[in-house]
Design a protein around this ligand. Structure first.
Ligand code: PFF
Length: 456
C-alpha cells in the first residue's frame, strides 16, 4: 500500500483510550446518568445499569471493534467486506442514520451549553433570582436565531477537528481535553462535597432502593447503557477501524466502560450535594443543566467561576462525543463515495446544520415548529426516540448476531487474542457465551417490551 492511500489511524494506546472514552463521556454523563440514578433507586439502579453494561454495552462495543478493525473500514464498507454479496451492510446504513439523527439534537443542546459558558463568564447568574434564571433559558430557546447560531458554532468547532484528521484532530484533541475534563470535574466535586449539607445529595445518589426497580427502569437502564457507551450506531466500528493490530479489544472496552461510570458518578457528586445543600429539588435534563445548576452554583462562594468551569467541562464532554458521531458519516463519504475529508465533513456538517435547526426550533413549544407533532413527539424528541429506542438496539442486536453467526468463533477468537498474541482463552469463551445467548436475549426482550409488542 502506498503511503498516500494509507488510512489514518490512532497512533498510541493512550490515544485510543482518550478518543473512545471521549466518545462515551458526553451530555449523557451529566444530565442523564446522575438524575436517573437518583430518581430510580440510587445504588439499585447502578447495579441494574452495570448488568446492562456487562451483558449488552461492553459486548456490543467489543463486537463493533472487531468488525471495524478486521475490515479496516467504515461501517457500510466493513460489513460489505466481511460478508460480500449479502445485505448485512444495512447495519452500517442504520448506524449512519442513527449517528446523524443524534447529531441533530445533540448539537442543539451542545449549542446551549456553549452559550452558557459565556453567560456564566459575563456574570449573568450572579445574584439572579430563580425567575431570572428561568427567564434566561426561556429567552435562549425561544429565540428564532440564537440557538441556531450556537449550533452552527458547535458544528464549526467539531468540523475543524474532524478535518484535521483521526490522529492530528481526534486523537490529539481528546488526549488534551479528557484529562482537563477530569481535573475540572474533580474541582467541582471538591467544592460540592465540602458544602454543609452535602450528605443528602450523596444519599440521593447512592442509597439503594430496590422498590424503585420496575420494568420501565430496566428499559431505561439498557437504553442508557447503549447511549452512554456510544454503541449500536457505527461509532465504535469506525473508531475500531483506526485501532492497530496490537490493541487489546476487550481490555479497551472494559477500561472505557469503567472510566465512563466513574465520570458519571463524579458528575453526580458535583451536582446533587450542592442541589440539596441549597434546598433545591433535583430535576432532569434541560431543567437540571440550564436552570437548577446556575441557581445552585451562583449561591456558593466562588460560584460564578465554578459555574463557568462546569459549563466548560460539559462543553468538552459534548464536543469529544460529537467528534465520534460526525466521524461516522465522514468515514463513509470518504471511503465509499470518494469525497475528500474536507468535503465529506463540510457536506455532513451543513446537512446537520440545516436539519438540526428543526430540533433547535422545536424546543420552543410556542413556535410553529414546536407545535408540530409527529407520532405525538416534537422533532427534537422524535430524533432522540428513533435513534435511542429503535436504531441503536436493533443495530447492536444485528452486530452481535453477525459476529457469532457470520464471522464465527474462530475469527472472533483470532481478533480477541490478536492472532494468538494474547493468552486470553477464558475471556474469549466468556465473551462468546455472552454474545451468543445473553446479549441478543436481553436486547430482544427489552426492545419488544419498549415498543409494546411484549408485556411483562
Ligand atoms: N455517549 C455520549 C453521551 O453519553 O453523551 C453520546 C453518544 C456519542 C451517543 C456518540 C452515541 C454516539 F455514537
Amino acid at each position: 500500500m502506498s503511503l498516500l492511500n494509507k488510512r489514518d489511524k490512532f497512533a498510541t494506546n493512550l490515544g485510543v483510550l482518550a478518543a473512545t472514552l471521549g466518545s462515551a463521556v458526553g451530555l449523557g454523563n451529566i444530565w442523564k446518568f446522575p438524575y436517573f440514578t437518583g430518581q430510580y433507586g440510587g445504588a439499585a439502579f447502578i447495579i441494574i445499569y452495570l448488568i446492562c453494561v456487562v451483558l449488552a454495552g461492553v459486548p456490543v462495543m467489543v463486537s463493533e471493534f472487531i468488525v471495524g478493525r478486521r475490515a479496516n473500514s467504515n461501517p457500510v464498507g466493513a460489513f460489505k467486506k466481511l460478508a460480500p454479496g449479502t445485505a448485512w451492510y444495512a447495519i452500517g446504513y442504520s448506524g449512519i442514520a442513527a449517528s446523524f439523527l443524534i447529531m441533530l439534537f445533540y448539537t442543539s443542546v451542545a449549542g446551549w451549553v456553549y452559550s452558557y459558558i459565556f453567560r456564566a463568564l459575563s456574570g449573568t447568574f450572579i445574584n439572579a433570582s430563580p425567575e431570572m434564571t428561568i427567564g434566561v433559558f426561556g429567552k435562549l430557546i425561544t429565540s428564532n436565531y440564537e440557538p441556531i447560531i450556537w449550533q452552527i458554532i458547535v458544528l464549526i468547532v467539531v468540523s475543524s477537528i474532524i478535518i484535521a484528521g483521526v490522529q492530528k484532530g481526534i486523537e490529539r484533541m481528546t488526549k488534551t481535553l479528557m484529562p482537563l475534563l477530569f481535573v475540572l470535574l474533580l474541582l467541582c466535586d471538591i467544592r460540592a462535597l465540602t458544602l454543609p449539607g452535602a450528605q443528602m445529595g450523596v444519599e440521593f445518589l447512592f442509597k439503594p432502593d430496590f422498590t424503585k426497580i420496575t420494568r420501565e427502569v430496566i428499559i431505561i437502564a439498557l437504553g442508557l447503557a447503549f447511549f452512554k457507551l456510544s454503541v449500536g450506531m457505527g461509532t465504535m466500528v469506525t473508531y475500531g477501524s483506526y485501532f492497530d493490530k496490537n490493541q487489546n479489544l476487550p481490555g479497551t472496552a472494559v477500561k472505557v466502560a469503567l472510566s465512563d461510570i466513574l465520570v458519571s458518578m463524579m458528575a453526580g457528586l458535583a451536582i446533587f450535594p450542592a442541589v440539596f445543600a441549597f434546598g433545591f429539588e433535583p430535576d432532569a435534563g434541560p431543567g437540571l443543566l440550564f436552570i437548577t445548576i446556575p441557581m445552585v452554583f451562583s449561591k456558593m462562594p466562588l460560584g460564578n467561576i465554578l459555574l463557568t468551569i462546569f459549563f466548560l467541562l460539559t462543553a468538552i464532554a459534548a464536543t469529544t462525543a460529537m467528534m465520534s458521531l460526525l466521524e461516522v458519516p465522514v468515514a463513509y463519504l470518504v471511503e465509499e463515495k470518494g469525497y475528500s475529508r474536507t468535503k465529506a465533513t463540510l457536506t455532513s456538517a451543513a446537512t446537520i446544520a440545516i436539519l438540526g435547526s428543526t430540533a433547535s426550533l422545536s424546543a420552543n413549544a410556542g413556535s410553529l415548529l414546536g407545535s408540530i407533532k409527529i407520532f405525538g413527539k416534537t422533532f427534537f424528541d422524535l430524533y432522540d426516540y428513533i435513534s435511542s429506542n429503535i436504531l441503536m438496539p436493533v443495530g447492536g442486536l444485528f452486530t452481535v448476531i453477525f459476529i457469532v453467526w457470520v464471522l464465527g468463533k474462530a475469527n472472533l477468537a483470532a481478533e480477541l487474542s490478536n492472532d494468538g498474541q494474547l493468552n486470553n482463552k477464558g475471556v474469549i469463551n466468556l465473551f462468546y457465551l455472552i454474545v451468543k445467548y445473553m446479549t441478543p436475549l436481553l436486547i430482544i426482550i427489552i426492545f419488544l417490551n419498549s415498543i409494546g409488542v411484549l408485556k411483562f
